[in-house]
Design a protein around this ligand. Structure first.
Ligand SMILES: CC(C)(COP(=O)(O)OP(=O)(O)OC[C@H]1O[C@@H](n2cnc3c(N)ncnc32)[C@H](O)[C@@H]1OP(=O)(O)O)[C@@H](O)C(=O)NCCC(=O)NCCS
Length: 158
């Protein structure tokens, strides 16, 4: 576990986190990940939880294949949002990938302005759009495809 001066720390996700992750996910997402999706991501992909003391207040999952990585999910507990913790989680993930990865890409709902703001602030660019990709409360909505290029942003060549 890595400790920070602020009382926040980060560690890898475990199966024991599952109930807490499901609870947070149900509070932040209109179409939450299922227990199965979290379980598979904990077992097969890279994930970390952000702790305040011993309390889990956020999580992030990504998948790396060779020199490409995909951000699968990121969330911060509602009462802790807007304090820079989403950026903290994302930047820690990007630091982990920086030396081995050319591109980190993701898909985000076109209506998710908070997440899009988070990604733009971190240096992601929109590289595409998938029409009517997601189910939504209004029917369907587009996915924006976004990517962060580590080589363009000063990483060592992999
Ligand atoms: C997306 C999410 C993780 C951001 O976490 P957060 O801790 O609130 O984010 P931060 O406080 O670090 O904010 C980082 C940037 O996000 C953007 N942002 C944050 N809150 C915002 C808001 N209410 N409206 C617009 N942009 C916002 C801003 O660009 C902000 O940078 P700034 O503070 O310099 O303006 C959080 O809102 C969340 O859990 N959302 C629900 C889950 C989700 O949608 N995940 C993304 C799936 S693709």
């Amino acid at each position: 576990m890595s400790e920070m001066d602020t009382g926040f720390s980060i560690r890898k996700t475990t199966r024991d986190d599952l109930p807490t992750l499901l609870k947070i996910e149900s509070e932040v997402s209109p179409f939450p990940w299922s227990a199965r999706q979290f379980g598979e991501s904990i077992d097969d992909h890279d994930g970390c939880v952000l702790l305040k003391g011993k309390r889990v207040i956020g999580y992030l999952f990504y998948q790396q294949v060779l020199d490409q990585a995909e951000l699968l999910n990121i969330a911060v507990r509602p009462s802790f949002q807007g304090e820079g913790l989403g950026s903290l989680l994302l930047n820690m993930c990007m630091d982990t990938l920086r030396d081995t990865t050319v591109q980190l890409h993701l898909e985000v709902r076109a209506s998710n302005f908070t997440a899009i703001g988070l990604y733009l602030r971190a240096g992601f660019k929109q590289i595409g759009q998938r029409r009517a990709y997601y189910r939504s409360e209004m029917g369907r909505e587009d996915a924006l495809l976004m990517a962060y290029n580590f080589l363009e942003n000063g990483a060592v060549s992999v």
